[in-house]
Design a protein around this ligand. Structure first.
Ligand SMILES: C=CC1=C(C)c2cc3[nH]c(cc4nc(cc5[nH]c(cc1n2)c(C)c5CCC(=O)O)C(CCC(=O)O)=C4C)c(C)c3C=C
Ligand SMILES: [Fe+2]
Ligand SMILES: [Fe+2]
Length: 353
């Protein structure tokens, strides 16, 4: 191409002025929130179906299938559904006949739709990685509504292959079956985002003020993963520690006041440590009288926060000699929590709406 041709193409029709770019047509865009999952009921069969789907996920349990499936189907699923069903029963939302996680995820979806009401081409929906409503079912519904673009948000502040990656896998597995796929974006982890750190810090401050609590020690309790997963490169524990560090900085607390622990061990392997239950017990035995626990890695309260922490960890602490225990709720669908979700979603929607 000669120089003359180039200058002829780039010449503006009006000297010194840029030709305005034509605006792209607005495509219908979906925001799909996805959380972990939930059984449809607390009886044996719904619990068994849910746990079987969850614990058959190779991202969650990495043992060879030939070893794990006989243990799962033969031993774990004959006892665990009853035990877990009783625990779910104690936190179940009887009014809606569903788990708290499903209630909070729905509320988050509804509130996000209100917050994005100024965007007429955006639809919000929500799904579960395990159980119902499934990612595939909701994705089909969004496509049937004419969505050509999807922002899919795995609701985990810290990345783990056991959570974020398996949600992404399941979403793309649903798209694999389609001839005409929507354009898709996934929202990344946000463990160090200022809006998230600030929301957590503010909710801690508000809860302690409202309950008149002055804990000697505050525990940031994250769900654990097996240590072997972290050794193989899962960034999850580093991201948890970074979230706690940033919170300390924001709250002006030192390493003795705000500590990190990991909860919800499963199976015989070593999981990330220190363990929350053991730490709470040790603190009680050492003479600490007052503690607070919160769960920065959970976007919504669920079995693991409402039963394992708010109830069980509280009992353990008091039986070990502790006197005042308070559980700080998750951000759920509060204004603070919704600001975090909205900020992350609006960032990913850029250029699309
Ligand atoms: C077996 C291994 C498990 C890994 C690894 C794991 C990682 C992981 N989980 C969450 C968040 C949640 N887990 C929840 C429940 C739950 N988790 C496991 C096992 C593993 N989790 C089990 C067996 C269960 C079921 C409950 C039980 O039977 O005790 C939940 C709660 C769901 C609800 O209330 O409906 C959440 C949320 C994270 C963040 C994570 C790794 C980072
Ligand atoms: Fe879990
Ligand atoms: Fe648990």
């Amino acid at each position: 191409m000669t120089q003359g041709t180039v200058s002829a193409i780039s010449a503006s029709p009006v000297s010194g002025a840029e030709a305005p770019l034509a605006e792209s047509p607005k495509r219908k865009t979906a925001v799909l929130l996805v959380n972990l999952g939930t059984p449809d009921g607390t009886d044996y069969w719904p619990m068994r179906r849910y746990l079987s789907e969850f614990l058959s996920d190779r991202r969650v349990i990495e043992w060879p299938v030939a070893i794990w499936q006989p243990i799962l189907q033969g031993i774990v699923l004959s006892t665990r559904p009853k035990k877990s069903g009783a625990a779910y029963e104690s936190v179940w939302n009887k009014e809606r006949n569903e788990s708290p996680l499903r209630t909070f995820t729905r509320e988050q979806g509804e509130k996000l739709a209100e917050l994005l009401a100024d965007e007429p081409n955006v639809i919000v929906d929500w799904a579960m990685r395990y159980g119902n409503p499934s990612i595939e079912e909701v994705t089909s519904r969004l496509l049937a509504q004419g969505c050509e673009q999807i922002v899919m948000f795995p609701l985990y502040p810290q990345y783990s292959a056991t959570t974020t990656a398996t949600v992404n896998d399941k979403f793309f597995e649903a798209l694999m079956k389609l001839r005409y796929q929507p354009a898709s974006r996934t929202v990344p982890d946000y463990h160090n985002e200022p809006v998230y750190i600030d929301a957590l810090a503010t909710s801690i401050e508000r809860h302690l003020a409202a309950t008149g609590s002055n804990p000697e020690i505050v525990i940031a309790s994250y769900h654990g993963i097996p240590q072997s997963y972290a050794k193989k490169g899962d960034p999850y524990p580093k991201q948890c520690l970074e979230t706690t560090r940033l919170l300390r900085e924001r709250l002006g607390w030192d390493e003795k006041k705000l500590i990190t622990c990991f909860q919800s061990r499963f199976g015989p392997e070593e999981w990330l440590q220190p363990y929350t239950d053991k730490t709470v017990e040790k603190l009680g035995k050492e003479g600490v009288k007052s503690i607070a626990v919160f769960n920065p890695g959970f976007v919504a309260d669920c079995l693991e926060t409402l039963e394992e922490i708010a109830v069980e960890a509280g009992h353990i602490f008091k039986e070990a000699g502790g006197e005042h225990f308070t559980h700080i709720p998750c951000l759920n669908a509060s204004d603070l929590g919704m600001k975090v979700i909205e900020t992350m979603v609006r960032r990913e929607l850029q250029g699309w709406i």
